[in-house]
Design a protein around this ligand. Structure first.
Ligand code: GLC
Length: 743
């Protein structure tokens, strides 16, 4: 024993000595800020400029001479993108980089469960770590302003509080692995058409109350180590070098200490990039080596042009050091971080996490006569109809596209879940487009169809007559013009003639269940004529198993909509009164000016205030059990701006199945000096209840929950007067209201 202690002491002494010899920038035991400053002192100007821009499609250099590693980024928010060659978008064709596809972030938001966000972040962070990646290019938290936006499936819905509460645990989960999140796309990137040329104007109230909060939470509560600036413009300045957003708001007001990355190709001007807060430039000019000079990376805006300005005194060293400091901090937090684990990939734990998050995020919109869960006690005949029952959804959609180790289709999941207890048959019902490939990743599915739509419908209807249940699995897909980056949908309706198929099936079988797979709201003209509707999102590798879990009742659905499903596109504020959400193109430049005239009235805020009935409301979601809310009470009926109020509502599971209910708390300012939404979500909690169980759900609110943003004073103002708190099962289903006064 004595010898061991002696040996151990010698080893530790040796390590300490060795460590003492290492310069701090190389010493893993040294505090990060010391490593940053030491590296900065040792670096040349050229080395400082070099770390401010990419050297390949997804990585930027470190400082080889000082042993500072390069920084590797990877998409995306739902899983780790397959490896690409040095300067290519297409996959490199490795055979060991297939991943788990986790549910899209609309599904995560629909769980209304921050614990699921933490599980999600931890899991995807482990996959990124295993793949040797330092920065995960996600999550996205752009607010859902139009149901046509091609990338809504990557984001967390229409409400800033829900997005804020869900993004924070995701960030912490990822970064616990020593992998940075890169929260995107900062900011006002709320649709995809003209995404490089859209110049957004919005009043400060809407900016601070709607579009900034989730990013602010990501920075100030989540502590994200990096932010990705958006493609679009504000005030005629690209967000990738926008002084107002990157310097005044992000770094000065919020105190962001991380690095700002450009979106790929989002940088357009060296002087602005230098002075307006961009730290790390990716993707400019090159789309592989074909578009850009052979030394394309030296031509980046923050490369030689910056070096030249420094050399002839047109740029100052202090700004250079500030940028380099932030990039070095990102490197020392990730690539050069000591003690990172090995991570892991495609583990059963990750599949279980994907399935659990999906199961908690699927939303039961309608369940006429309790047609769900399926009754499997009498060997039912189940007909599954629709291309989305077998179409792979993890390939395509843009930069979030993945190469998965497996993806269970809804058809396969249902067959597995009902094996021996039902007969499951299939009819195509409709044919979408071929799809099937993205950046070299192929689905291997041949979706070509030779039959006519009428023949497909006839076949499905014929089979539906003999079935006990018909499960139509349709919706959108990841093709351009649907749920896909760099394009938007042209309308709210389902494509490929699906409405006709659904109507025809409803006419012959009352037990028709529609499973809608989409990242966006869709029109449902057949809503009143079908038995049940599940909103199933894009839920990744375990999709079929999670959908089957809910259909069979193995999982009692508890998801709630993170966005409003409108009855018509014209009911949506940015499409109302003939407005064009794209804005107007300038006569003399390829710039689209759009003004967010609806202000703070986004989503349910508009529907409530304008008294427009949605098809399905924000926060709506049914369960296989029922919940009763008691009376909402407050611990006081008067509060001053300094203290807080605690509101409590008892919730009882009055059904026969265990289930979870997300209790939502909305606040109304009865009389305000400014236009305020009829009510606003200010708290929520998901509670799990056994049959007959009651829980008292409490919310404690401070003045900040009562305040609006006063643009003139540039501060949050809570006006004295009467307020109402509403305990609700959705924004359209208030169960109990409690008045109180702010003195
Ligand atoms: C894309 C996307 C961004 C993505 C990046 C790298 O254009 O806008 O979300 O992370 O480029 O693929």
């Amino acid at each position: 024993m004595k010898h061991c202690i002696t040996a151990l002491t010698a080893i530790l002494a040796g390590l300490a000595a060795a460590s003492a010899q290492l310069p701090p920038c190389q010493d893993p035991a040294a505090p990060i800020e010391q490593r940053v400053e030491d590296a900065l002192q040792r670096m040349t100007t050229a080395e400082k400029v070099a770390i401010l821009h990419a050297q390949s499609k997804f990585c930027s250099p470190g400082v080889k001479r000082l042993g500072i590693p390069e920084l590797w980024t990877t998409d995306g928010p739902h899983g780790v993108r397959p490896e690409v060659l040095w300067d290519e978008w297409r996959q490199a064709g490795w055979t060991n980089d297939s991943c788990v596809a986790f549910p899209a972030l609309t599904c995560l938001a629909a769980t209304w469960n921050p614990d699921m966000a933490a599980l999600y972040g931890q899991s995807i962070g482990e996959e990124a770590l295993y793949r040797g990646k330092d920065v995960l290019l996600g999550p996205g938290v752009n607010i859902y302003r139009t149901p046509l936006n091609g990338r809504n499936f990557e984001y967390m819905g229409e409400d800033p509080l829900l997005a804020s509460r869900m993004v924070v645990p995701y960030i912490k989960g990822v970064q616990a692995n020593g992998v940075a999140t890169c929260v995107k796309h900062f900011a006002l990137n709320n649709h995809e058409r003209n995404r490089h040329t859209t110049n957004v104007s919005v009043d400060d109230r809407a900016l601070y109350e709607i579009y900034l909060p989730a990013f602010k939470a990501a920075v100030n509560e989540g502590g994200t180590w990096s932010i990705m600036a958006a493609y679009n413009l504000h005030g005629d300045q690209h967000l990738c070098h926008n002084k107002r957003f990157l310097v005044d708001i992000l770094k000065n007001e919020w105190g962001f200490d991380g690095a700002v990355l450009s979106d790929w190709g989002g940088t357009h001007n060296t002087d602005e990039a230098i002075t307006n807060g961009l730290d790390l430039e990716f993707g400019s000019w090159t789309n592989g080596l074909s578009n850009g000079a052979s030394n394309a990376y030296a031509n980046y805006y923050l490369a030689d042009p910056y070096l030249n300005r420094l050399a002839d005194g047109r740029a100052d060293t202090a700004t250079l050091n500030e940028k380099a400091r932030r990039v070095l901090r990102l490197i020392f937090r990730t690539a050069a971080r000591p003690g990172k684990g090995p991570g892991n990939m495609c583990s059963e734990a990750h599949y279980a996490a994907a399935r659990r998050i999906a199961g908690e995020g699927i939303v039961l919109l309608r369940n006429r006569g309790g047609v769900l869960p399926l009754d499997l006690s009498r060997q039912p005949r189940i007909l599954v109809v629709g291309e989305n029952a077998l179409r792979m959804m993890t390939v395509g959609g843009g930069s979030s596209s993945l190469k998965v180790q497996r993806e269970v289709s809804p058809l396969d999941g249902l067959r597995a879940a009902t094996a021996g207890r039902a007969t499951v048959t299939y009819a195509r019902g409709y044919a979408g487009d071929a799809g099937g490939e993205f950046d070299g990743v192929t689905t291997g599915q041949d979706l070509t169809e030779t039959r006519t739509p009428a023949e497909l419908i006839d076949e499905a209807v014929g089979m539906a007559r003999q079935a006990d249940y018909v499960i139509f699995v349709g919706g959108l897909n990841k093709s351009a013009g649907q749920d896909c980056e760099d394009a938007d949908r042209a309308s709210l309706g389902l494509p490929y003639g699906q409405d006709a198929v659904i109507e025809a099936l409803a006419a012959v079988n009352p037990n028709l269940i529609v499973v809608n797979i989409s990242g966006n709201a869709v029109a449902m003209p057949w809503n009143d004529r079908v038995g049940a509707i599940l909103q199933a999102w894009y839920i990744g590798s375990e999709a079929g198993n999670a959908i089957a879990d809910v259909l069979t009742g193995r999982v009692n659905p508890s998801g709630k909509l993170p966005m409003t499903f409108p009855a018509a596109l014209a009911d949506v504020p940015c499409h109302a009164d003939g407005r064009d959400y794209l804005g107007t193109r300038r006569a003399d430049a390829d710039i689209w000016d759009v003004s967010y005239d609806e202000g703070v009235l986004v989503g349910y805020r508009w529907f409530d205030t304008k008294k427009i009935k949605p098809l399905y409301a924000f926060g709506h979601g049914l369960s296989y059990t029922t919940f009763e809310y008691g009376k909402l009470t407050a611990d006081r009926d008067h509060i001053t701006a300094a203290d807080s109020i605690t509101l409590t509502v008892p919730v009882t599971n009055t059904g026969s199945l265990a289930g979870a209910e997300t209790v939502q708390l909305y606040i109304s300012d009865v009389k305000a000096s400014v236009l305020r939404p009829a009510k606003e979500l200010k708290a929520f909690e998901k509670v799990y209840l056994e049959p007959g169980q009651t829980k008292n759900v409490s919310f404690t609110l401070g003045r900040d929950a009562l305040a609006y943003f006063d643009a003139d004073r540039h501060e949050w103002v809570a006006e004295p007067g009467r307020f109402k708190a509403h305990a609700a099962a959705s924004s359209a289903d208030i169960r109990s209201t409690c008045p109180f006064t702010l003195d």
